[in-house]
Design a protein. Structure first.
Length: 473
């Protein structure tokens, strides 16, 4: 129907004697948040016009007029020259109204053979696949910043932790590289998700398909999907692919939070192992000395928000009967929010990591503290033929003796070592250095600098592959 000044455009209503009440209209309206799908709605409308033409429902002239109008309309929407009317119910209503304003009632013929149910599922898939590429690109930039820092700090010895207690010395490059691997798995999950998201719902109609001899395979190909979905009811009603995207995003958020937590600890006065660049930190309104790790803290906070978006959608979906239900309108805002938050926090995290300055001397001095070389004593004993069960007990006794005397392991005298066990000769001192400990751990995936350099070379190749994968779309 053509909109007038006193009657809003609706895509339904023929069986109703009157329009909805104002509270009902207000509750139903979604155009204020879903109009961001308009470019994708136009893309799928252009593809739909093509199949209508091939089915003989539109002639060549009509098809050309509509295609030209839709191309111009998309350009105007992207440029911000036109937008929704407050009375538009949703993005589909707004796009149809804008199209009819340009081509008259010919614009209303585009509705044949489709429903808002398959339209919105198609729009949303197109939007999410596009935004997934933007998120992936931002993740790769963060990986690159971590990799660059890792390359610079392969030979810096850092305390390694378990239970937030000193465990064993490690290469700082090894520490930083662990985050590159975690983020790489996030991109693997995103890529795997895209395989399932690349299936087209268009042509499913409201739930039962169409009698108009349309070609879902052709429209899927036009829109960059791999195949059409094989069941029209499933196509319009399931949002498992949305929930899966939110899980991947939430997992990414958790990894960002853990990176942030490490930065918060390392830049604290108590640790003092790193210094934030002024451009990526803030101060206090009352305490002039403060330099706060706001980027890291906000990343930590955003993770909770992303987890909430996932759990909220799952709660919405869990009791819905098939096929479409209006509850599914609630799937978009949490996704839009998740996408926005990730595209805010990822560049900030990249900037913070790229400019972080590490105090190598302080980290190296701290690395062997807290009896972190006890495992090296045990493994030295194993190399002398002592069973590990016994070696573990002997190394533990060394820790107890050092702790009783308020000294570190390397401060124990030869006599004290021999009193603890006859197996502890003077040569045990050869393993009582952080450098020796790190260099000795040359097993696959170990922290020895030689292994770390191999790891970083492999990661550089991985990042190149990721760039190719996501730039290809």
């Amino acid at each position: 129907m053509t909109s007038t000044s006193d009657e809003p455009t609706r895509l339904w209503g023929g069986r109703f004697a009157g329009g909805p009440s104002q509270p009902m209209a207000d509750l139903s309206r979604s155009v204020h948040f879903d109009f961001r799908l308009a470019p994708y709605d136009i893309d799928q409308t252009r593809a739909h016009v093509g199949v209508l033409s091939r089915a003989g429902i539109l002639d060549d002239r009509e098809c050309g007029v509509l295609q030209d109008a839709l191309t111009e309309l998309k350009a105007d929407i992207v440029a911000g020259r036109v937008g929704p009317d407050p009375q538009d119910e949703d993005v589909h209503t707004a796009v149809e109204r804008l199209l009819i304003e340009r081509v008259g009632e010919l614009g209303g013929r585009v509705r044949a053979g489709r429903s808002r149910n398959d339209q919105v599922a198609t729009d949303f898939r197109l939007y999410l696949r596009d935004r997934a590429r933007a998120i992936a690109s931002a993740v790769i930039e963060l990986q690159q910043a971590l990799l660059d820092q890792a390359h610079q700090h392969v030979d810096v010895i850092s305390p390694g932790f378990t239970h937030l207690q000193h465990a064993q010395p490690v290469s700082l490059g090894h520490e930083l590289a662990k985050h590159v691997h975690a983020l790489a798995r996030d991109l693997e999950r995103l890529s795997d998700w895209d395989v399932r998201a690349a299936r087209s719902p268009l042509g499913a109609g409201a739930l039962a398909g169409s009698s108009l001899s349309l070609d879902p395979v052709a429209v899927a190909e036009d829109l960059g999907f791999s195949v059409p979905l094989a069941n029209s009811i499933d196509a319009v009603s399931d949002r498992d692919w949305v929930a899966e995207f939110l899980f991947v995003a939430a997992m990414l958020g958790v990894h960002l939070s853990r990176i942030g937590e490490e930065v918060i600890l390392m830049t604290s006065r108590e640790f003092g192992w790193a210094v934030l660049d002024d451009a990526w930190s803030t101060g206090s309104s009352i305490m002039p000395q403060k330099k706060n790790p706001d980027v890291a803290e906000l990343a930590r906070g955003k993770a909770g928000r992303l987890i909430g978006n996932l759990t909220g959608l799952l709660a919405t979906l869990k009791g819905l009967p098939f096929a479409y239900n209006r509850d599914l309108q609630e799937d978009k805002e949490p996704v839009f929010d998740t996408v926005e938050q990730l595209l805010l926090v990822l560049p900030a995290m990249t900037g913070m990591i790229a400019t972080l300055r590490f105090d190598a001397g302080r980290m190296t001095a701290s690395a062997p503290e807290g009896f972190a070389l006890a495992t090296d004593i045990a493994e030295w004993l194993v190399r002398q033929g002592v069973p590990f069960r016994q070696a573990h007990e002997i190394a533990g006794a060394c820790v107890r003796a050092a702790e009783d005397h308020g000294i570190e392991l390397w401060d124990l005298s030869d006599h004290q070592f021999s009193e603890i066990s006859a197996h502890l000769g003077p040569d045990v001192r050869s393993v009582l250095s952080a450098r020796g400990s790190v260099d000795s751990r040359a097993s696959y995936a170990g922290t020895a600098p030689a292994r770390v350099r191999e790891q970083l070379a492999d990661l550089a190749g991985l990042l190149d592959q990721e760039r190719r994968t996501w730039s290809a779309g």
